[in-house]
Design a protein around this ligand. Sequence first.
Ligand code: HEC
Length: 117
Amino acid sequence: MVKKICLLFLFIIFASSLMAKKNIYQRNCVKCHKNQAVTLDKLFYAYLLKYSSKRMVEKSLYDYLKHPSYYKTIMPKGYINRYGIKMPSKLSNKELKKAIDIYWNKYKVFGKLKIKN
Ligand code: HEC
């Protein structure tokens, strides 16, 4: 009986730790970006404005995060001259795609706009 209760407790602890586990976007992107002046939502809308479609936003983001460069950045030159270009992402291709996917779904505006009539 005691053994069963112990096992049950162990299971509950295990399950709740699984649920608390943050996703790859929170663990990577948000963790580093939260201390910065330009927030992830502003960057997202800057990308959306420049690249318009889901496919192009995701593609250009993926390219940039893999190979950040002075020529591709959407950041103001003043910012880059002061702080420099970021390091290439250390995530695997799959993790990076997943993180971008979460990022897109968090901030996309399509389907969230209400049309009044
Ligand atoms: C280790 C810190 C760090 C991590 C991790 C990180 N970023 Fe960044 N990111 C930066 C810094 C610093 C800049 C500004 C310099 C630059 O644009 O190169 C930046 C710039 C950006 C930009 C603007 C790109 C541009 O055109 O200049 C976007 C969008 C962005 N990050 C999204 C993400 C996403 C999505 C992730 C997760 C997959 C991520 N970042 C992970 C530090 C980080």
